[in-house]
Design a protein around this ligand. Structure first.
Ligand code: NAD
Ligand code: DAU
Length: 358
């Protein structure tokens, strides 16, 4: 029997590596090709448990380079594309949007062209699928009330979310125009192991442990809807198995929290782990100038994926947060490698203007 060949892009990043660690070992009938440019956000250490398995291979390539994409399609002839690769950090997109345009828009376009050329010439395309992993940030900001549904109009605020919105539009256009079998998923904020410490949760954990300032943007009143990363990965696996081409599925954890409350929760958890008073960490909180165009609130209505595909989040937020903190405490070597010179440069660039670098 021929193995199903799955091209995973961005598999060395946070969500992609969690996905591969979950599904490569448990899917010996599938062959996984991990295509990643290995940007600052990637880390092959994340993939130690799968790198020697016979149903896995890694290829370093830049999606913005069509020749590389074409070569990989010709050589591996994937049946399924799971497109995680992107520049993913909003603050970086504010300080320098160009990479977001190349990787997120041109990169997605090149991948779609690869699919069009290699898949749409066959008579039977129903064995193929392009799964585009996107974000709830394409919908812009909610007020105090309401939820993002699959029908919410696009209204992106940052260069990052605008680039993801553009890529979503391209995927939808390839489905409508060329019949490319494609599905889009729009997910809320993920947290868990292997997340690069530029994102709120790991940044706060590692800063607190190093007794550095905890930089809260604005008044800390912005709200995010948190989902444990493995729940997101299982949602994607469910969509691949049961989703309908041409459809969009919103994915979220029903775990809304104000940023400041989340930082307090982290302080309490860290204090418990380390036998300290929560105030020891709380006193590190610093309110710093806000992110320009900062969306107030994200919250996902996940009823469609629940109702139609039977997925629902498994991880309770407080337990998932505790597991995440333990993972960072248990992996000091990973942390040390990730916090290299390039990381320090970023922290200086983003936080010195905000007055929160020690
Ligand atoms: P990440 O930044 O941790 O990883 C992105 C990966 O993509 C890295 O390994 C990087 O090397 C690779 N990459 C970037 N540009 C590339 C290019 N031009 N060619 C090939 N590889 C390239 O991101 P993440 O948090 O794992 O997010 C993965 C996807 O999920 C992204 O598309 C993101 O928009 C989406 N998403 C993320 C979240 C979240 O909370 N992290 C939530 C919803 C959706
Ligand atoms: O909603 C999904 C999105 O979630 C993904 O598409 C993005 O790839 C991912 O980065 C994430 O975007 P956010 O901007 O919501 O995540 P971030 O961790 O950067 O910030 C979360 C909230 O915390 C946000 O309101 C900004 C705030 N924040 C962030 C940082 C890094 C702070 O207050 N201080 C900080 O230092």
């Amino acid at each position: 029997m021929n193995k199903l060949k799955i091209l995973v892009t961005g598999g060395a990043g946070f969500i992609g590596s969690n996905f591969l660690n979950l599904f490569v070992p448990s899917s010996p009938d599938h062959y996984f090709i991990n295509l990643d440019k290995l940007t600052y956000a990637a880390n092959l250490l994340n993939l130690e448990q799968v790198s020697s398995l016979s149903n896995y291979t890694f290829l370093q390539a830049d999606l913005a380079d069509y020749q590389s994409v074409e070569h990989i399609f010709s050589k591996y002839e994937p049946d399924l594309v799971i497109h995680f690769a992107a520049e993913s950090h909003v603050d970086r997109s504010i300080l320098g949007p160009a990479d977001f345009i190349y990787s997120n828009i041109i990169g997605t376009f090149n991948l779609l062209e690869g699919c069009r050329k290699h898949w749409m010439t066959e008579e039977n395309t129903n064995q193929k699928l392009f799964l585009h992993v996107s974000t709830d940030e394409v919908y812009g900001s909610l007020g105090e009330e309401g939820l993002f549904t699959e029908e919410t109009a696009y209204d992106p605020s940052s260069p990052y979310s605008a680039s993801k919105a553009a890529s979503d539009h391209l995927v939808r256009a390839y489905h409508r125009t060329y019949g490319l079998p494609a599905i889009i998923t729009n997910c809320s904020n993920n947290y868990g192991p292997y997340q690069f410490p530029e994102k709120l949760i790991p940044l706060m954990i590692l800063n607190a442990l190093a007794e550095k300032p905890l930089p809260v943007y604005g008044k800390g009143e912005n709200i995010r809807d948190w989902l444990y990363v493995e729940d997101h990965c299982c949602a994607i696996w469910t969509v691949i198995g049961k989703g309908k081409p041409g459809e969009t599925y919103n994915i979220g954890g029903n775990s809304e929290l104000k940023n400041l409350n989340l930082v307090h929760l982290l302080c309490e958890n860290l204090a418990e782990e380390n036998g300290k008073n929560p105030d020891h960490y709380r006193k590190l909180i610093e309110f710093v100038p806000d992110r320009p165009g900062h969306d107030l609130r994200y919250a996902i209505d996940n009823s469609k994926i629940k109702r139609e595909l039977g997925w629902q989040p498994q991880e309770d937020f407080s337990k998932g947060l505790r597991k995440t903190i333990r993972w960072y405490l248990d992996n000091p070597d990973w942390v040390e490698i990730v916090q290299s010179g390039a990381y320090k440069k970023w922290i200086d660039e983003n936080y010195s203007k905000r007055g929160a670098v020690k």
